[in-house]
Write a protein that binds this ligand. Structure first.
Ligand SMILES: *[C@@H]1O[C@H](CO)[C@@H](O)[C@H](O)[C@H]1NC(C)=O
Length: 218
């Protein structure tokens, strides 16, 4: 009897606590926010599609089962499944990509300003690494089944150092990880060679050569 009374007493108190926590978390989150591509993209992502218009296909992305075309200058292809192409990811803080690398293929030095990356090698041999803000270098040859994490914002790379094609999948801690490729930033635009030489200490002849290869001007 005594125990029952205690349960009766404590239940309303517990209910109050739980309903308070619940209303608190409900105020902060919603189930999902499927991207509405007809509205402009903002810093936090896309606007939400009305749930009446959401279908299961918004939460499914088919396209990572096929190898990308590696007949290009980097001998590599990246197939992203980020919120820009996969509406169900919008606002959920996760995304994925597939990277195919032919022998000798490379994903050049790049950063994802908005996300840490976790890469899983599924096929082949990949030398991967990143550079910290303290300018320390962390790189290693990865085999099938190895995963490596690349902390948010840091410059990193992946190279197929094996004799066969390589494949890895990478997940991100953002639906919109962002991408900036170092060599493209330096040599694939119209920033004058003189300024690049002054800011990088590189020989202007080397800069002009790389601009020629990557499609930069000036
Ligand atoms: C791959 O890309 C190259 C260069 O753009 C192109 O010539 C080739 O037809 C493509 N291959 C396939 C299978 O799409």
């Amino acid at each position: 009897m005594h125990l029952l009374n205690e349960v009766k007493m404590s239940f309303p108190a517990l209910f109050l606590i739980f309903s308070f926590l619940f209303s608190f978390s409900n105020a902060a989150v919603q189930d999902f926010c499927v991207a509405d591509y007809s509205a402009p993209e903002g810093p936090a992502g896309y606007s939400c599609k009305k749930e009446a218009k959401v279908t299961v296909n918004d939460f499914v992305f088919s396209g990572l089962g096929v190898a990308g075309n590696t007949s290009n200058i980097i001998k590599a292809a990246v197939t992203p499944a980020t919120a820009s192409v996969f509406p169900g990811l919008n606002g959920l803080g996760v995304s994925l990509l597939r990277a195919d690398l032919a022998p000798g293929g490379v994903i050049p030095f790049h950063t994802h300003p908005g996300a840490s990356e976790l890469a899983l090698v599924v096929d082949g041999t990949i030398c991967a690494g990143f550079v910290s803000s303290a300018n320390n270098v962390y790189f290693k040859t990865l085999q099938k089944g190895d995963i490596m994490v690349f902390p948010q914002g840091l410059l990193h790379f992946q190279i197929n150092t094996g004799k066969t094609k390589a494949l890895f999948y990478a997940s991100f801690s953002s639906a919109i990880p962002g991408l900036q490729i170092l060599d493209y930033a330096l040599f694939k635009n119209n920033l004058p060679t003189e300024i690049i030489a002054e800011t990088t200490f590189l020989d202007p002849a080397v800069i002009k050569k790389l601009k020629g290869v990557l499609g930069g001007t000036n």
